[in-house]
Design a protein around this ligand. Structure first.
Ligand SMILES: Cc1cc2nc3c(=O)[nH]c(=O)nc-3n(C[C@H](O)[C@H](O)[C@H](O)COP(=O)(O)OP(=O)(O)OC[C@H]3O[C@@H](n4cnc5c(N)ncnc54)[C@H](O)[C@@H]3O)c2cc1C
Length: 508
C-alpha cells in the first residue's frame, strides 16, 4: 500500500483540477488519479459564467482563460427574447465562450505549478474507509493494481462515478433529453453571433466556435430518437440545423460526431465520512443554460479550503458537513432551472412556442425578472444559508470591493487562500487580532471606499460574518468571536509579548 498525500482526488476533469490546485496552493499534498492516459477530456462545456470567472480571478488565472475565448454580452433565447448580461454586478459582465479543454489546461497548469501530483493512466476501481483514512484500489494502464491510502478522498469522476458507486449511494432521477447529436464541423458562412441558438419544436440547434475555425454543432431532431450507440449521420445534423436556424451555414467536413442523452440526477449526500463527491459525480442535468461545469467548479471551490482547514486541525465543528449543506441546495436549484429551460426549448405545439417567445421577451424586459434571470444564469446570486439574526450580507458572495493600498481589490487579496477581514476603519485592536493571532489564516485589508461594514470573507469569496458596529471595543470583541468561530483557535501570543506583559505585571 502506498501512502499518498493527504487527499486523493479521482478524476482530472474541471472539478478535480480546480480542487487539486486549491489544495496544493494551501500546502496540502494531494494526488489526482485520472484514467485517461494522454488525450484531453471530451469538450462539452463552452460557457464559462461570471461567477466562475470571479473564482478564477480569485486564483489569478482568469486572464489566462479570458485570452482563449470570446465574451458574449447578449444571449438570444427565443426570437426577440434576449438575456442581457452587460449589467451584471461584476467585472465580468458577459459569458465567456471557450472550449472546456482550455479551462482544463489553465486549471491543470495552475495545479501542477502549485505542486499537485496528477497521475494519468490510473483508474480508481473501488474504495473503503475507516476512522483513520480511505484506501483506494487503483488499476494502472498496464493492468497492474495497487492500493493507495489517504486521509480524505474526493470523487470528481463524472456522471458514471466509481466513487459514488463504491459508497453505495443512489443517483435518483431520469432522462431529460435523448438522442442529441454532436458534430465538429467547418462553416462556409460563419454566423454573425458567437452563440447561435434556435428551436422550432421539432428541431433544436446550437452552433458554438472552438476559436480555431471549427464549430461544435449540437442538434436534436424530434422525429428521430435513437440510442447513444447509433452512429450520427452528418446529413441529419445538417438538416436539423437548417430547420432550427433557417440555414446550415454551409456546414461541411465533419471531423467528429457523437450522440448522447442527458439525465437529471442528484446524489442525496455529498459527503459520506471521509469521502466527498463533486461536479458531475454529484449532479447532472441538461446542458441547456451551460451550468454543469460551472456548478462543479463552484463545488470544488467550496470544498478545497474546508478540507485544508480540517487537515491543519483548524476547522471549526461542522465545517466539513457544511459542504453538503451549502452545495446540495445549489445543485438542486440548478437541476430545476435547467430542467425548466430544457422543457421550454423543446415545447412542441406551435401556439405554445409562440406564447413562450412572447412571455420570454416581455419577462426579460422587466428589470426585476431580468435581474433574477441573469443573477441565476451567471451564478452571481448563489448564496449560502445564514444563521438566524446574522447580518444581511452573511452567506452572500463578496463583491470585488476596492481596497486601500496593495492589493487594490478584494479578489486579489483572496489569492493566497486565506480569509480576508475587510475593515471599515484602521483600528489597531482589529489589525492586531487578524495580523498577529490569526495571521496564518487571515489577511487584514482596509476598505477603499466609505463603509461602516466590517466583513470576514471566506477563502471561497463568500461572506462568513459581517457587522456594522462602530464602537471600536465592541467591534473588536465581535471580530475576535468571528475569527474564533470561523478560523479555529488563535495562535499563541508571540513570546516577546507574553514576556513583556509578565514583566509589566511584576513591575506593578
Ligand atoms: C453537450 C454538452 C454541453 C455542455 N455545455 C456546458 C457548458 O456550456 N457549460 C457548463 O458549465 N457545462 C456544460 N456541460 C457539462 C460539463 O461538460 C460537465 O458538467 C463537466 O465536464 C463536469 O466536470 P467534472 O470535472 O465534474 O467531470 P468530467 O468532466 O466528467 O471529468 C471526470 C474525469 O474523471 C475521469 N474518471 C472517471 N472515472 C474515473 C475513475 N474511476 N478513475 C480515474 N479517473 C476517472 C474521467 O476520465 C474524466 O477525466 C455540457 C455537457 C454536455 C454533454
Amino acid at each position: 500500500m502506498t501512502e499518498t498525500g493527504n487527499v486523493v482526488i479521482v478524476g482530472a476533469g474541471p472539478s478535480g483540477l480546480l480542487l487539486a490546485g486549491d489544495l496544493a496552493d494551501a500546502g496540502v499534498p494531494c494526488t489526482v488519479l485520472e484514467r485517461r492516459v494522454g488525450e484531453s477530456n471530451l469538450t462539452r462545456a463552452f460557457a464559462v459564467h461570471a461567477r466562475t470567472l470571479e473564482l478564477l480571478d480569485q486564483r489569478g488565472v482568469a486572464e489566462a482563460l479570458l485570452s482563449t475565448g470570446e465574451r458574449v454580452r447578449r444571449v438570444r433565447l427565443f426570437g426577440e427574447a434576449v438575456l442581457d448580461l452587460s449589467r451584471l454586478p461584476s467585472r465580468h459582465r458577459y459569458v465567456l465562450v471557450t472550449p472546456q479543454y482550455e479551462t482544463e489546461r489553465v486549471l491543470e497548469e495552475r495545479a501542477v505549478a502549485a505542486g499537485a501530483e496528477i497521475l494519468r493512466g490510473r483508474e480508481a476501481t473501488g474504495l473503503r474507509q475507516d476512522s483513520g483514512g480511505v484506501t483506494l484500489d487503483v488499476r494502472a494502464a498496464d493492468g497492474t493494481g495497487h492500493a493507495l491510502r489517504a486521509a480524505y478522498a474526493v470523487g470528481c469522476d463524472g456522471v458514471h462515478s466509481t466513487v459514488r458507486r463504491a459508497l453505495g449511494l443512489p443517483f435518483p432521477g431520469g432522462s431529460v433529453i435523448r438522442s442529441v447529436m454532436l458534430a465538429d464541423v467547418r462553416l462556409a458562412d460563419a454566423p454573425r453571433e458567437v452563440l447561435t441558438v434556435g428551436a422550432t419544436g421539432d428541431a433544436f440547434a446550437l452552433l458554438v466556435p472552438f476559436g480555431d475555425g471549427w464549430y461544435r454543432a449540437v442538434a436534436w431532431n424530434r422525429a428521430h430518437q435513437a440510442p447513444d450507440s447509433e452512429p450520427v449521420e452528418f446529413a441529419e445534423v445538417r438538416d436539423t440545423v437548417r430547420r432550427a436556424l433557417g440555414t446550415d451555414h454551409g456546414m461541411h467536413d465533419p471531423r467528429w460526431t457523437a450522440r448522447f442523452h442527458s439525465d437529471e440526477r442528484q446524489v442525496p449526500h455529498y459527503r459520506i465520512g471521509r469521502v466527498f463527491l463533486a461536479g458531475d459525480a454529484a449532479h447532472v442535468h441538461s446542458p441547456v443554460g451551460g451550468q454543469g461545469m460551472n456548478t462543479g467548479l463552484q463545488d470544488a471551490a467550496n470544498l478545497g479550503w474546508k478540507l485544508a482547514a480540517a487537515l491543519r486541525g483548524q476547522a471549526p465543528p461542522g465545517l466539513l458537513d457544511s459542504y453538503h449543506e451549502e452545495r446540495h441546495p445549489v445543485g438542486r436549484a440548478v437541476l430545476r432551472g435547467s430542467g425548466a429551460a430544457t422543457r421550454a426549448v423543446l415545447l412542441e405545439p406551435r401556439a405554445l412556442r409562440a406564447l413562450r417567445a412572447v412571455a420570454a421577451r416581455v419577462a426579460l424586459r422587466t428589470p426585476p425578472v431580468a435581474r433574477r434571470a441573469t443573477g441565476a444564469v451567471s451564478g452571481l446570486d448563489i448564496a449560502y444559508p445564514a444563521p438566524h439574526g446574522a447580518h444581511r450580507l452573511t452567506g452572500r458572495r463578496a463583491p470585488d470591493v476596492r481596497l486601500a493600498g496593495t492589493p487594490g481589490r478584494l479578489f486579489e487579496a483572496l489569492r493566497d487562500g486565506r480569509f480576508v477581514l475587510v475593515v471599515a476603519a484602521n483600528d489597531p485592536a482589529v489589525t492586531y487580532l487578524a495580523t498577529k493571532r490569526w495571521a496564518d489564516r487571515v489577511r487584514c485589508a482596509l476598505a477603499g471606499g466609505a463603509t461602516r461594514t466590517t466583513a470576514l470573507v471566506r477563502p471561497d469569496g463568500y461572506i462568513a460574518w459581517a457587522t456594522d458596529e462602530t464602537a471600536p471595543d465592541r467591534r473588536a470583541t465581535e471580530i475576535r468571536d468571528a475569527l474564533a468561530a470561523w478560523c479555529g483557535p488563535p495562535a499563541e501570543r508571540p513570546a516577546h509579548e507574553r514576556h513583556g506583559r509578565e514583566r509589566q505585571a511584576r513591575e506593578r
